[in-house]
Design a protein around this ligand. Structure first.
Ligand SMILES: [Zn+2]
Length: 270
């Protein structure tokens, strides 16, 4: 069976240096190619950028205009944050005492200022965030979390993060050398009330674009199109939420994710 919906998140990574932006320069052409490919398959991607990518794009009006065109075309601009315990920290944190670290760039509030130069503060945004307890921004509406294949399909679940009740869906990492057959098998096991989430990195796409194309082709062969996280969850809420409720986030039991497998073992960021 097909899942309710299927999305593809792209993590745009830090790349080892919180200031140089050389990594972003190297992988920008891959980002452009990826969006082209997605458009050929009418796939709407969920693009989650680390602050370094925002800084890089904001430096060049042409790039910013292009990214905004991607958004207009239906791709979603989300957030990716590596907290200070992550091996590839992005330099932003709310932890006290990290200000003296040479990698330090600012607080989470500073990071969000960069975010709002991309998208208006009133727009929905999804995110994959580490160091959730201290760093989770209050503005995120949809959380994506997971790494292993068994995190890919689940019912949307309400969680409390950043002081808000938000909706979380799972993701599994399809890397450049990933086992796409196991993703296909897992997809086919989906129930109609589950959402199927895949994540990859810009560098994985650059190394092996064919695997991402195979995935897009597979989803299309199932008669479905890849949609963004916010698109799917909005539709899901309409399908499953109490129809005449004046509280749009009031769900039927189905949406509460009562049998959702825990993702705590896969915690951390792909
Ligand atoms: Zn990451």
């Amino acid at each position: 069976m097909n899942p309710y919906g299927s999305f593809l998140v792209i993590h745009f990574e830090v790349g080892g240096n919180t200031r140089s932006l050389e990594y972003q320069e190297e992988f920008w052409p891959a980002a452009v190619d990826l969006i082209h490919m997605a458009d050929e398959y009418e796939a709407k991607l969920t693009l989650q950028f680390t602050p370094q990518w925002r800084e890089y794009i904001l430096r060049d009006q042409n790039k910013l205009d292009l990214v905004r065109r991607w958004q207009k075309h239906g791709h979603e601009l989300g957030l990716h944050h590596h907290g200070c315990d992550h091996g590839d920290w992005d330099g932003y944190t709310n932890r006290v005492g990290k200000e003296v670290d040479p990698k330090f760039r600012g607080s989470i509030q500073d990071m969000m200022k960069l975010v709002w130069q991309f998208v208006g503060a009133d727009q929905l945004v999804s995110g994959t965030i580490t160091d959730e307890k201290l760093d989770y921004p209050k503005d995120i509406t949809y959380d994506t979390e997971g790494i292993r294949i068994y995190h890919a399909r689940r019912k949307p679940k309400r969680v409390s993060l950043g002081g808000n009740n938000i909706i979380q869906v799972g993701i599994a990492l399809l890397s450049w050398e990933g086992d796409i057959e196991s993703f296909k098998r897992e997809y086919q096991k989906s129930k109609g009330n589950e959402v199927f989430g895949v994540v990859t990195h810009e560098k994985d796409f650059a190394k092996n674009p064919a695997i991402i194309e195979k995935w897009m082709r597979f989803v299309r062969s199932r008669g479905m199109t890849i949609k963004t996280v916010s698109q799917i969850i909005t539709e899901y809420q309409k399908s499953y939420a109490v129809k005449y409720s004046d509280k749009p986030l009031t769900f039927l039991n189905d949406v509460m994710g009562t049998v959702t497998p825990s993702v705590t073992e896969g915690k951390g960021c792909p």
